[in-house]
Write a protein that binds this ligand. Structure first.
Ligand code: IMP
Length: 182
């Protein structure tokens, strides 16, 4: 796949991310104190680094599972359905579930994921999203915990990709297209 030339400007440093993850984990640990084995569900692939860091800071017994759904890509607004590409391995019926997402953008993905998981009768589902772009929201979904609210920029790093690249950056950067061919 050819991509136009771009550069990446640091938006959130690795140090700032680590401090925020620690603070989120403290709040989440307090919220779920006494819960019997919380199921932490990472949405692949963008959340893989975030969930790895987050669960290591949780002072709770957790089970970690993953769900991968298709992104709606360039389909039209009306057909923004998502399909399950990789389902959970475990059961969530009667359990406390924490969905860990990289970015809530329009909110369509999260809304579909919550409705899919909701049919399995969990006790309760909450969401922790690393990044939130509230100005882009098209459907009313909210994460109980948000790492950082960001403006309408295309971001990469800390697990998040642009055309499958840049997931391994330790910080979060904004993609700036430079206009020249690569
Ligand atoms: P939504 O369904 O529009 O909320 O989009 C959610 C998904 O789109 C995220 O989980 C990301 O995978 C992807 N996404 C949204 N914004 C960005 C971005 O700035 N960089 C990379 N991926 C993004």
């Amino acid at each position: 796949m050819t991509t136009p030339a771009y550069r990446i400007d640091e938006l959130i440093s690795a140090k700032a991310i680590a401090a925020r993850v620690e603070a989120l984990a403290r709040e989440i640990s307090a919220f779920y104190r006494g819960t019997d084995k919380l199921v932490v569900v990472g949405l692949l692939r963008g959340s893989f680094i975030f969930i790895a860091d987050l669960v290591r800071e949780l002072n709770l017994a957790v089970e970690v599972d993953f769900l991968e759904v298709s992104s709606y890509g360039n389909s039209t607004e009306s057909s923004r359905e998502v399909r399950i590409l990789k389902d959970l391995r475990g059961e969530i019926e009667g359990r406390d579930v924490l969905v860990v997402e990289d970015i809530v953008d329009t909110g369509h993905t999260l809304r579909h994921v919550l409705s899919i998981l909701g049919t399995r009768n969990p006790k309760r589902i909450e969401v922790c999203a690393l990044l939130d772009k509230p100005s882009r929201r098209e459907v009313d979904v909210k994460a109980r915990w948000i790492g950082f609210e960001i403006p309408d920029a295309f971001v990469v790093g800390y697990g998040i990709d642009y055309a499958q690249r840049n997931r391994n950056l330790p910080h979060i950067g904004a993609v700036r297209f430079t206009g020249e061919p690569e």
